[in-house]
Design a protein around this ligand. Structure first.
Ligand code: 15L
Length: 265
């Protein structure tokens, strides 16, 4: 499949790009940064929030799907979060409609439901419960995907990613970890699942202590192979572990993230 990967120079993007290439897909990269050394395919250096630049990238060659990973992966002001997550998604969806591209896989986040108290397994029927403006941006971007799926009959899978890391390093990660290999498996499944419409899945490995339900991902063909438990004995406990286990968003749900929505002079 020929896929446009946004944020292809980022920490998730580089892993996903290599993984998709290994699995026989063709990757067109798009990022504000130039292509990483060694990338040999087509690359567009552009900001996804720039709708004209995004349209130019689509006009340069046909693609069959979009993996939208671009976006600031941390808390920011509300306007910056909306630009980073919602405006970029809107520019890509408009270009997809204009160029009849039917599939988007979106890097959403567990922080879309991060304020959910940590009790039962959280599944795809959980109400939006963001823990930050970052989470609000992800919720709004998911809503936009749902709107475009309904209006234009696209397919869009929002992957609520946990902690995408080479290995887990905190107690929370034993529940939230997504290994690099499982991340690639997840993206490929979301790209190739038959007619998902608008769907949400949780992007974690098959962690023994999982906080999120893997069933919605499995229904789309995502079969994670790794388990953070392998590292459990090596992970030191920290004073903040209990507070981070109160809500599924962990540190993002803590008071240290409470701040005004708008930057002021
Ligand atoms: C995310 O969505 C963030 O991008 C990342 O910085 C981590 O906070 C991660 O979630 C997580 O919950 O561990």
């Amino acid at each position: 499949m020929r896929v446009l990967v946004t944020g292809a120079a980022g920490s998730i993007g580089q892993v996903v790009t290599l993984g998709l290439l290994d699995r026989g897909h063709e990757v067109i990269g798009l990022d504000r940064m130039p292509a990483p050394d060694g990338f040999e395919g087509v690359w567009h250096t552009a900001d996804c929030a720039d709708a004209d630049a995004v349209l130019d990238a689509f006009a340069a060659q046909p693609v069959e799907g979009v993996v939208h990973l671009a976006g600031h992966p941390d808390e920011a002001s509300l306007p910056d979060s909306l630009t980073s997550h919602v405006v970029t998604t809107a520019a890509l969806l408009d270009a997809m409609v204009a160029h009849q591209v039917r599939r988007m896989v979106y890097a959403s986040s567990n922080h879309a439901v991060g304020r959910t108290p940590r009790r039962d397994l959280v599944s795809d029927d959980a109400l939006p419960r963001p823990d930050t403006f970052y989470g609000v941006g992800k919720v709004a971007a998911e809503a936009l995907l749902a709107l475009y799926v309904d209006r234009y009959d696209l397919d869009a899978v929002a992957c609520r990613i946990g902690s995408f890391l080479p290995e887990p390093s905190t107690t929370r990660h034993l529940s939230t970890w997504l290994s690099h290999d499982d991340g690639v498996r997840m993206i490929e499944a979301a790209l190739t699942a038959t007619a998902p419409g608008f769907a949400v899945l949780y992007g974690i490995s098959a962690n023994t202590r999982a906080w999120w339900d893997l069933a919605p991902g499995r229904a789309l063909g995502y079969e994670p192979q790794d388990d953070a438990e392998r590292w459990a004995a090596r992970i030191p406990s920290r004073p903040e572990d209990d507070a981070e286990a109160a809500h599924v968003g962990g540190p993002f749900a803590l008071e240290q993230f409470y701040r005004p929505a708008l930057d002021r002079r």
